[in-house]
Ligand binder design. Structure first.
Ligand SMILES: NC(=O)c1ccc[n+]([C@@H]2O[C@H](COP(=O)([O-])OP(=O)(O)OC[C@H]3O[C@@H](n4cnc5c(N)ncnc54)[C@H](O)[C@@H]3O)[C@@H](O)[C@H]2O)c1
Length: 428
């Protein structure tokens, strides 16, 4: 069986490799010629995807990449994994899905299965994507071609998270569409969870991500409340998590990051308005989580103040630019908000991140593009007035950090197991 996967990013690339490993022939399609060239030459551009596995699948003929969407006519199924960001007004931007639909529609053959994986609001597959595919192909969904939605569940940076073993929710436009999609995913993934419609599958993904966003907001709020009471929220969570039922730990931080949790719930908020519904939990969680960088900057100011220093004119070295530990993904990272807020207050900022040696150009923080990570040594860490831990990569030696840096603000409890001097570490 030959399939195409459109969008070879954090989601599409590991999925392509999993299907290829399972014996399918996979054509990866992307609009970025640099990615296509890298893959066809057996190179990886994602830290946790090994170049050797790409190279062996390319050599074996199971996987190849292209920018030529006319080749959609060669395949029995198309899986779409393109970005779904928010626009400037924090409204869903499904233009990548629509553009992909337009690009593949003219080449769609009768009987082909099209599956959307991008996280989005209920109705995207059977309204928006359906319309573009039908208009561009002259074919009818459910009669001439099959249509389904199956949300991606990636856990980047978690070595135990393997595409094949994460259960896959699938919803079809018709029962026959569902059957086709279940059969396709069943070839590469162990557990398939069929649901009654594309909309249920879309809504399930939004529930999963909203659940995280809301619970992170809860612990972020408790962090601030407990800190005012002189109670360490980290110790509280460690105690609470010993409860063997009815509790699941979430951890506070400097704010939300990544391509999913800060964004996806607002897809639902936007769609809910069409039905006259409000998503109050989502709005409140968003408010609390987006206020976190401000709180952290206040703590930096307090820490500096304890040394008779002001933020203005101080050197601040931020550790961890990626939005979560052990990944190179800096999309939506609150570290950028921290750098911006501190700079606005007159601090001289720099950063250290072994996985982001240089800041790449992007839509959101182009003003930092080209800035390089400082190197890891005593001299670099002795100098700044304060070191701010925004992300706790496991490869960082926190004991060295404690030995080298005079003042540390820790948003991740990274210094908890390390020997430090009284007043040296400020939790935030
Ligand atoms: N990254 C995650 O952990 C994760 C987890 C679950 C769900 N998702 C969802 O999966 C979707 C993709 O996310 P991602 O992290 O893989 O994004 P990404 O930015 O890493 O990758 C998207 C890829 O699509 C390509 N692309 C953009 N427009 C295209 C077009 N018109 N045609 C073909 N290719 C195009 C880009 O060049 C890029 O390679 C999003 O909806 C996201 O919310 C992501």
């Amino acid at each position: 069986m030959k399939i195409a996967i459109v969008g070879l990013g954090y989601v599409g690339l590991p999925l392509s490799l999993q299907f290829a490993r399972s014996g399918l022939t996979v054509l990866g399609l992307d609009i970025d010629p640099a990615k296509v060239e890298a893959l066809n030459n057996g190179r990886s551009y994602i830290k946790h995807v090994e170049a050797s596995s790409i190279a062996s699948l390319v050599q074996g003929g199971g996987f190849s990449a292209s920018t030529d969407f006319r080749r959609i006519c060669e395949v029995e199924a198309v899986i779409i994994c393109v970005p779904t960001p928010l626009n400037k007004n924090r409204e869903p931007d499904i233009s990548y899905i629509v553009e992909t639909g337009k690009a593949i529609a003219p080449h769609l053959q009768k009987g082909t299965l099209v599956v959307l994986e991008s996280t989005t609001y209920p109705g995207t597959t059977d309204e928006d994507l359906l319309k573009v595919l039908e208009a561009g192909s002259g074919l009818k969904a459910g009669a001439d071609f099959h249509l389904a939605f199956s949300p991606e569940r990636e856990d980047p940076g978690n070595p135990d998270s393997k595409v094949a073993s994460i259960p896959k929710v699938v919803g079809g436009f018709t029962p026959a569409c569902l059957e086709k999609a279940v059969a396709l995913y069943g070839r590469a993934i162990k557990t398939i969870v069929p649901v009654s419609s594309c909309r249920v599958a879309e809504a399930a993904k939004l529930l999963e991500n909203t659940f995280r966003g809301v619970n992170i907001a809860l612990v972020n709020e408790l962090k601030v409340v407990y800190a005012a009471m002189g109670i360490d929220v980290w110790e509280v969570i460690a105690a609470a998590r010993t409860k063997p039922f009815g509790f699941m730990p979430f951890y506070p931080g400097p704010g939300l990051g990544g391509h999913c949790i800060p964004i996806d719930p607002f897809y639902l908020t936007w769609k809910a308005r069409e039905y006259g519904q409000n998503t109050r939990f989502i709005e409140l969680a968003g408010e609390i989580n987006t206020a976190m960088p401000e709180y952290v900057v206040h703590r930096v100011a307090d820490a500096l103040n304890s040394q008779r220093k002001a933020v203005n004119g101080s050197q601040v070295l931020l550790v961890g630019l990626a939005y979560k530990p052990n990944v190179d993904d800096d999309r939506e990272s609150p570290s950028y908000v921290l750098l911006d807020l501190l700079t606005a207050r007159g601090a001289k900022v720099s950063y250290y991140d072994p996985y982001v040696p240089v800041i790449r150009p992007s839509r959101e923080h182009s003003h930092w593009a080209g800035t390089r990570s400082v190197s890891w040594n005593r001299e670099t860490f002795e100098q700044p007035d304060v070191v701010l831990i925004a992300t706790h990569h496991a490869s960082v030696n926190y004991q060295d950090l404690a030995n080298w840096s005079k003042l540390i603000v820790d948003t991740r409890n990274a210094m908890s197991a390390v020997k430090t001097a009284p007043g040296q570490v400020w939790k935030a």
